[in-house]
Design a protein around this ligand. Sequence first.
Ligand SMILES: [Zn+2]
Ligand SMILES: [Zn+2]
Length: 403
Amino acid sequence: MNTFDIANEANTIHARTIADRRDIHRHPEIAFQEHRTAGIVADRLRELGIETRTGIGQTGVVGILHGSRAGRTVLLRADMDALPLMEAETEITEGFRSEVPGQMHACGHDAHTAILMSSAELLASHRTDFAGTVIFMFQPAEEIVAGAPQMIADGLLDDYRPDGAYALHIAHDLATGHLYSAPGPTAAASDRFTVTLHGKGIHAAWPHLGIDPVVAGAHLVTALQTLVSREVAPGDPAVITVGRLEAGQVANIIPETATLYATVRTFRPSTRDHLERRVPEIAHGIASAFRCTATVDYERGTPPVVNDADAVELVREAVSSVLGEDAWAPPVSDGPTMGAEDWAWILERVPGCMFVLGVRDPSWETARPIHSPRFALDERALPYGVAAMTAVALRFLNQAPEA
Ligand SMILES: [Zn+2]
Ligand SMILES: [Zn+2]
């Protein structure tokens, strides 16, 4: 199947990949503001002779690359958005730190974008070596899990009907030179709810003449925690966090209402359904126990990211073939995360997976985790990502479709 030395070619364009990544790192753009980044991507794809569409999902960019003959279609994704975070001064990023105060590429999306542009370059120069079509999805607004659904709403999947979909994310706790993925759930479903408890406001010194929603709210926060500890199997990860609790203005007035804002993370559909049913039951039950009434607003968000087993196996084979079998190794925090990823919306419709690329320089003594102002990545990892993405696409497209 193989046609050219992918790892070697990825190394040949390493300087360009780094330059792209640093340029994007210096000019971070948060969700749905990725105008400059999208412009760089679109210009590059056009230069490479790749059919390019912009404005898909607001600032998203799509590239369409046809091989030499008809075949299957594979979608490769990079996300482009930065975080609203002030970058700390570390030696590693000396010379290309964020030039936008309060915005930073602290999740590696600058690297994802640079890697996918370089993979596009390799695939474009070898378009006679594969059958079918590669769809390059450069999505906005991953950090607010809104970019992928908007690109889908703008026809991304209906227009190109990919047969497989692959995304790469950097891993800060995996050493440079390694990649990994595992079948099954890797990121959680993320839902949210708001409960408003209605009581009766009164002077704080006469509680018996009013109805106190603050006390009811305190009980509700505690009662909600029993859903996970008493109603979800211990081996089935789930989280309910009340991240915001709002009531009253001053110490000497019992307010009319108390409002709780919470997030719910789950993997299993049955657990997701159970909590969606039980949260309002508990809220109404606690409210009535304390003479309040409750209004509950429960909203489903991102589904879980579920990696397809065959897709993971394909990535493992592709990585092993171009980078050697030792390159396949799990990160320290192996196992699913309760974080959400909007790649889930693609995997809900297309079989595929997300795989991780190690970016931790083994000589670093301190951790440089994503979403922290001291996040940093080892740029020597970039060609591994380019080689892996390219190899995954070629292996997918050149594999004989099942009869
Ligand atoms: Zn992130
Ligand atoms: Zn990310």
